[in-house]
Ligand binder design. Structure first.
Ligand SMILES: Nc1ncnc2c1ncn2[C@@H]1O[C@H](COP(=O)(O)OP(=O)(O)OP(=O)(O)O)[C@@H](O)[C@H]1O
Ligand SMILES: [Mg+2]
Length: 371
């Protein structure tokens, strides 16, 4: 298992999932009811645990930075992270007086899941929660889920911009993932276009899902086709807009269709994109690649997007080309859906590569890139 100076830093949203065992059907939830349940299972959730631990499993030395309260749930989170080595918990910030973010997952058989979510310390995260010492030797800085972190979305991207500036100052290639935004929540009322215009110039790799992209750019499914029917032309327009806002590389995750990669033709921008991209400007400029999924038995998609990003970053760290990185991204995404949780089915990068090299079948492409 990797240890020593981290090559990758994953920061942002982390929470504890509390999952009571429910084996019987629940007809309805109403006040005054008592519903007997079994023992609770605990799991870490959020981008820090998912992308961070997936990178670790792939063999990348990774530091995890998230904010916790000084409470029993924090101790549980730290214990779960330490199962992957004591170093995984070293950069976590425990703050007395804060509450550790948690989600109670009510998941009875044959019914939709219900989530009770406490944003807790994720809502107050800012650059003061990041100790600059952790940047020493790091080549990649990935941040996940600012739409679930109030401090980072409420100021038109100023605080988020400061975090990425810090990461750029330390010479890393920066990467950003978003999260589903509930249009009726506080985050749903934000001018996300203004936010992206402020933040993306500091983001080298922007890796949202298609639904997040459509929402943030104010393009509803009515104006475009529904997300699962998005065509190459629409992806071209969306990615061009995100590149024009300042990102150097855009990776749009397309759920069970795979992923779409677009890179800037601007070689000056790539020169500023940190060690993972600036060493090979010729290969990384002006690329467009559609990567269909690898064929697997899909058991659960929790954290699949986070693992897809981990695959992409792991390949970048070893100097991969855009096509190799896009392939590794969807390959690790496919591994992730082979288990109910996010990371337990993710093997080492070499094992994923071996599976690719020994005839792992892809799904038929669902995008015609010639149009
Ligand atoms: N059925 C599947 N078979 C193979 N790979 C899959 C399947 N579903 C998803 N994937 C992979 O997982 C990735 C997850 O993409 P998705 O668009 O769901 O990201 P996301 O919305 O960010 O996910 P998350 O819910 O983890 O945040 C896809 O790009 C794809 O590579
Ligand atoms: Mg996601």
């Amino acid at each position: 298992m990797p240890d020593g100076t981290p090559e990758a830093i994953v920061a942002g949203h982390i929470c504890l999932d509390v999952i009571p065992q429910i084996t019987h059907r629940i007809e309805s939830l109403s006040p005054g009811q008592l519903i007997e349940v079994g023992p609770a299972r605990f799991a870490t959730g959020g981008a820090v645990a998912n992308t961070g631990l997936a990178l670790h499993r792939l063999g990348v030395k990774t530091a995890l930075i998230g904010k916790l309260g000084d409470d029993p749930f924090a101790r549980r989170v730290l214990e779960l992270l330490r199962r992957y080595g004591p170093e995984r918990a070293e950069a976590m910030h425990t703050v007395p007086g804060e509450t550790t973010s948690y989600t109670i997952v009510v998941s009875p058989p044959e019914a939709d899941r219900l989530f009770l979510h406490c944003p807790g310390a994720n809502a107050t995260f800012d650059e003061s929660d990041i100790d600059s010492d952790h940047f020493d030797g790091a080549k990649v800085f990935h941040f996940g889920y600012p739409p679930l972190m109030e401090n980072l979305y409420k100021d038109d991207g100023e605080s988020m911009g400061r975090i990425f500036s810090l990461a750029k100052k330390h010479g890393t290639t920066t990467s950003l993932d978003m999260a589903t935004i509930d249009p009726h929540s506080k985050a749903g009322k934000i001018d996300w276009r203004a936010w992206l215009n402020r933040v993306l110039p500091q983001v080298d790799i922007f890796a949202p899902s298609i639904d997040e992209t459509l929402f943030m750019l104010g393009r509803s499914a009515e104006k475009d086709s529904p997300p699962n029917h998005i065509d190459a032309q629409t992806l071209r327009l969306l990615s061009e807009e995100l590149l024009a806002m300042g990102a150097a590389v855009v990776l749009i995750k397309l759920g069970d269709r795979g992923a779409y990669l677009r890179t800037t033709p601007d070689t000056d921008r790539l020169r500023l994109a940190g060690p993972c991209l600036s060493h090979d400007i010729e290969n990384w400029s002006g690329q467009e690649i559609f990567a269909p999924c690898f064929q697997v038995d899909c058991v659960g998609t929790t954290g699949a997007g986070d693992c897809t990003i981990a695959g992409f970053l792991a390949e970048l760290l070893k100097g991969g080309t855009p096509r190799q990185a896009a392939t590794m991204a969807v390959a690790v995404g496919a591994c992730s859906v082979e288990a109910t949780d996010a990371v337990s089915a993710v093997p080492t990068r070499q094992e994923v590569q071996q599976r690719i090299d020994t005839g792992w079948q892809r799904q038929d492409p669902t995008l015609d890139m010639t149009r």
